[in-house]
Design a protein around this ligand. Sequence first.
Ligand code: SDX
Length: 393
Amino acid sequence: QTGYFTYDPGFLATASCESSITFIDGDKGILEHRGYPISQLADKSDYLEVCYLLLNGTLPDKKQFDEFHLTVLRHTMLHEQLVQFYKGFRRDSHPMATLVGVVGALSSFYHDSLDITNEEHREIAAFRLISKMPTLAAMSFKYSTGQPFVYPDNSLSYAGNFLKMMFAVPCEEYVVNPVLESAMDKILILHADHEQNASTSTVRLAGSSGANPFACIAAGIASLWGPAHGGANEACLEMLEEIGSVDRIPEFIARAKDKDDPFRLMGFGHRVYKNHDPRATVMRKTCHDVLDDLNIDDPLLDVAMELERIALEDPYFVDKKLYPNVDFYSGIVLRAMGIPRTMFTVIFATARTVGWISHWKEMLDQPGQKIGRPRQLYTGEVGLEFEHVVERC
Ligand code: SDX
């Protein structure tokens, strides 16, 4: 019995920790952050308010939010030497490669937020990371294009500031498109946290050793990069482009069902959801809204919708409870917004930073917290006698 729930012993045996941040019921397709359904947060809140909720456990009143917002704005810029750090990467590096490197390098700059035993250090580290991730992410993109970095503009919203740092150029005025700003804010909310997924578990495990917060978040970014996890949005768009048209869908459905074929439907299936991922439902609507508002007719949306329809009627997917997940539509929305696909997972990492930090802080605040140490079932040899190489051949 923990809080509202009584877990069966089988589930308890698999649980890696106790947490009050995010609740998922995979069978019912429920996702709640601190008790609030994701659909309500996506519809009525904004990303910074959701950050406050995830970090502090309750929604802020106006004074609390204003103070939180002011502190976030204080940390949006980077140390100039860190800006130089990008120059060590090849221009054609994947932005996730530069992001992993630069976030890890924060450990060598911000010595007032490395001591995890110091509550103040932990607090500053959380703000630094949430504030700087859009700046770091946008700079990873600008660096790959050869365009000059654009510094943060604190007069803009969190999402608007990120879009400006991504797309503004010194020779022209940049005005944030409210359609893109609203869609980006929603995408950030939908990716903010998701309980003990692979990258959050990576951050918790790294943090349990006492590693500094920047090193832990760099580890989370590395874990998120894989196509089975945060890299699925980029992989899903590539899959939709490879399918190309609705008449080729049956060929790919057959491949996804073929046990001898490693191909899987990107954006489909989930370790926990055996029902619709509630984020995918919001993302699908956002996709239609953005394409309608921008008057874009993207044939890949037709392919995605037909692929979803066919798969949801196919006994293979129905029996295995495979549904579209958050990554199925996000690539189409981001593409419509003019975001290059190499930035899809970077945006996922930017959004998820608050989730990683919230879990990291929750773990460190728990009394008697010990270093994580997963155990194994050993299947190798035992008790062999060593022979020198001359005796072995
Ligand atoms: C994210 O954990 C999180 O919370 C992650 C995340 C978050 O917010 O942090 O939600 C973000 O990572 C979403 C998932 C993004 N990944 C993809 O969309 C990649 C495509 N999906 C698959 O690779 C897969 O569904 C996984 C990796 C997500 C889950 O794989 P599992 O654990 O094998 O899924 P499962 O146990 O439910 O699979 C049941 C069966 C298996 O076949 P059998 O062994 O029973 O014969 O379904 C098959 C799987 O092989 N299957 C698929 C499939 N996903 C699972 N077959 C075809 N296409 C797929 N997409």
